[in-house]
Structure formats: structure tokens, C-alpha cells
Design a protein around this ligand. Structure first.
Ligand code: ATP
Length: 369
């Protein structure tokens, strides 16, 4: 760490009521966040949600209109980017094409006239020390990505601000590097904000994830929490495929609600409070049970298998029930259904996610913009 850095190791980051506009476009609308020391935090949202804007404000590359950013408890608006103890890695990772790998990684250190030994250490850490004399175009996409990370790490900052660090990679490489990246961050004790529009990426590596939409935080929590208990339809839909049924509350039975769903009929869900008369009932495809025969008292429907897609270790089955299409994920060795088969669908009441019917209409509430 450099002498002039005023922040301690593993600093926390706090954002309070942050607002930012570009002319008439409001990019951030009162964002509040707290990222703990050493946390791997993913900022997730669709394109245009305000993710880059938020990251750049924390980095000190953009100025907010209103609100505060605190690093380790210190308000940083008057502190220039290079003294915030944070290293920002922009989208597309822009390596210097005319410089070797070594020059790319050690550039920041040499500009600051600091010892270059750290660059050597980090190149070894990302496994590319042997390629130090190569130029970026001589490396694969994944290797270039590692070099961009190495450059960010070589700054010695305890905070990494990564804007879509894996989006340029193919699916397999993305999968490999995401876990390497998290491991590296944990080993070095870094506090990381990782921006992505890829829900699966965020859910698989984040300690905590924040979902941003149209400049507003929708929900913050650990991945299982936001996936299992999304606060609204947008979040539920954005985090993975989902079945939606429009229902009208018709009564209660013990610890269950009874909804009338058009064409499907009665649907029982776990008891929910303050839902109003009209609701949307959501089921994750992995919660939908499919059987060839059997019988359950409620939420059991007969249908016909429309399509079955092989996804490797699971299958995506679309089952038509009374005019509605219900999507189910089936493990590869679970029930064997083929297109055209009769099948029963069971929607477990305790797995239902129930939301009030959105004021703006169902379609609009799911859209990102
Ligand atoms: P993406 O995933 O596409 O990078 P994002 O979530 O990072 O999107 P931002 O880049 O922060 O979103 O943009 C938020 C909003 O602000 C968008 O509507 C965008 O068009 C607008 N915006 C961003 N930068 C500028 C700018 N320099 N001038 C005008 N509008 C801007």
C-alpha cells in the first residue's frame, strides 16, 4: 500500500442517497448501499440500469449530483481517484496494444516510480509470467482478461471496481475465470464490486448481490435470498426463468391462500399477507414437479408435453395444461417424458412466489426499460 493512501486494509464502501443525471436522463435515483470489508459484491442489472455510472462515481471518475460515497467511513467526494485506494477496470479492459504484457501490468507502478516487483508477483499469480514479453494480440481472450485483472491488481489497491470483467469471454471461459477471480480476491483480502448484467454469473460468485433497475436498487441480499425470495416481479424474472399465473384471491384454507387462475382453476399457495384481490403467482421451473401418474389433492393438473430440450444435466420441458404453457426443469435421470406424452404437473403450494398484481401491468413490470 502506498503512503499517501489514507484507507486501511480491506476497506468498506458506503453509498448514501446517490443521484446522477445526464441532462434529462436520470441514471441514479437515490441509491443506498453498504459493502463490507473483504466482500465480493455483485452489482447486477439490465443494460442502462446505471451500473457503470455508480461504479465510476465510487471510483471518482464521475461526480454525483447529490449523495455521498464513503470509503472506510471517510466521505471521498473531494479525494481524487488515485488516492481513493480503488482500482477501476473499465468494460472491454482496453490493454495498451503496443506494449508488452509486462509493460501493461507494470505501467501504473513505473508511472508512480514504485518498485516493479509487485508486477512480477501478480503476473505469476495469474499464471502468465512466462508470457510477459508477448503483446496483447498474441494472447487469447481469457489470457487478455487475466492481464487486465493483473493490471488492476498491480495497483496495490484494496478495492477492485470491475465493470463487466467477464462479458467478453465465451461461456466456458467465463465459468472458469469467475471462480478464479473470486478465489484471487479472497486470497488477497480485497473488497470487490463486480458489475454484470449476467444473473447466473452474479448468483454464482457474489457474497452479496444488489439488483439495479432504472437507477433504483430493487433488492440487496445473498444470492440464495434474492433468488428464493425476490421482492418483486422484475427481480424474480430477471434472476431466472419463471412461470407466471394471474390469479384472483378467492379464499383461505388453513395456512393456504386459494387463487382462481383463468383456465387452470384453483391454485393453492402458502399463506401470504396483504396481497390484494389480484395477484401474480410465480413458480421457478425447478420447483414444478412432473409425473406420469399419481394423484395429489391440490395443484395437480393433467397436460400434454409440448417440447423437451436437452440441456446437458437437465431437460427443459414445456407442458401444456388447459391452454397454459408450464415450464419445468427435469434432472436428466428424473421422470422420462417425451414430446406428445400425457403428463401431470404439480405446483407445490409452499414453492409459490406470490406478488400483488402490478399497477403498471404484468408485461411492463417485467421489462427492463
Ligand atoms: P450497460 O450494462 O449497458 O453498460 P449500465 O447499467 O452500466 O448499462 P449506465 O452506463 O450507467 O448503465 O447508464 C445509465 C443511463 O445513463 C443510460 O440510460 C445511459 O444511456 C445514460 N448515460 C450513461 N452515460 C451517459 C452520458 N455520458 N451521457 C448521456 N447519457 C448517459
Amino acid at each position: 500500500m502506498r503512503d499517501e493512501d489514507i484507507f486501511s486494509l480491506m476497506p468498506s464502501i458506503e453509498v448514501k442517497d446517490l443521484w446522477k443525471s445526464y441532462g434529462s436522463i436520470i441514471a441514479l435515483r437515490g441509491v443506498n448501499l453498504r459493502i463490507e470489508d473483504g466482500e465480493y459484491f455483485c452489482l447486477l442489472g439490465p443494460t442502462g440500469a446505471g451500473k457503470t455510472t455508480l461504479l465510476k462515481i465510487i471510483a471518482g471518475l464521475l461526480k454525483q449530483d447529490r449523495g455521498e460515497v464513503l470509503i472506510d467511513g471517510v466521505e471521498v467526494s473531494s479525494i481524487p481517484p488515485e488516492l481513493r485506494g480503488a482500482s477501476y477496470m473499465p468494460q472491454g479492459y482496453a490493454l495498451f496494444p503496443h506494449m508488452t504484457i509486462w509493460e501493461n501490468v507494470s505501467y501504473g507502478l513505473s508511472v508512480r516510480e514504485e518498485s516493479l516487483s509487485q508486477a512480477e508477483e501478480i503476473l505469476k499469480l495469474v499464471g502468465l509470467w512466462e508470457r510477459r514479453d508477448s503483446y496483447p494480440h498474441e494472447l487469447s481472450g481469457g489470457q487478455q482478461q487475466r492481464i487486465a485483472l493483473a493490471r488492476a491488481l498491480a495497483s496495490g489497491s484494496q478495492i477492485l471496481l470491475l465493470d463487466e470483467p467477464l462479458s467478453a469471454l465465451d461461456a466456458l471461459l467465463n465459468l472458469q475465470l469467475r471462480f478464479e477471480l473470486k478465489k484471487l480476491a479472497k486470497e488477497l483480502g480485497l473488497t470487490v464490486i463486480h458489475v454484470t448484467h449476467n444473473a447466473e454469473e452474479a448468483l454464482s460468485i457474489a457474497d452479496k448481490v444488489a439488483i439495479l433497475r432504472k437507477g433504483r436498487i430493487q433488492q440487496i441480499g445473498c444470492p440464495s435470498e434474492v433468488y428464493r425470495s425476490p421482492v418483486n416481479l422484475f427481480t424474480a424474472n430477471f434472476l431466472g426463468e419463471i412461470n407466471l399465473f394471474e390469479g384472483r384471491l378467492t379464499g383461505f384454507l388453513e395456512r393456504m391462500c386459494i387463487f382462481k387462475v383463468k383456465t387452470l382453476g384453483e391454485l393453492y399457495t402458502r399463506r401470504v399477507q396483504n396481497i390484494g384481490l389480484n395477484a401474480v403467482i410465480a413458480y421457478r421451473p425447478e420447483d414444478v414437479e412432473v409425473a406420469i401418474d399419481g394423484w395429489k389433492e391440490e395443484n395437480f393438473f393433467k397436460g400434454v408435453v409440448e417440447t423437451v430440450e436437452n440441456m446437458g444435466f437437465y431437460r427443459r420441458a414445456l407442458i401444456k395444461v388447459k391452454g397454459l404453457e408450464i415450464l419445468a426443469y427435469l434432472w436428466i435421470d428424473a421422470v422420462d417424458v417425451q414430446e406428445g406424452d400425457n403428463a401431470y404437473v404439480y405446483l407445490p403450494p409452499d414453492k409459490a412466489l406470490v406478488f400483488p398484481y402490478p399497477k403498471e401491468g404484468l408485461e411492463k413490470s417485467l421489462l427492463s426499460e
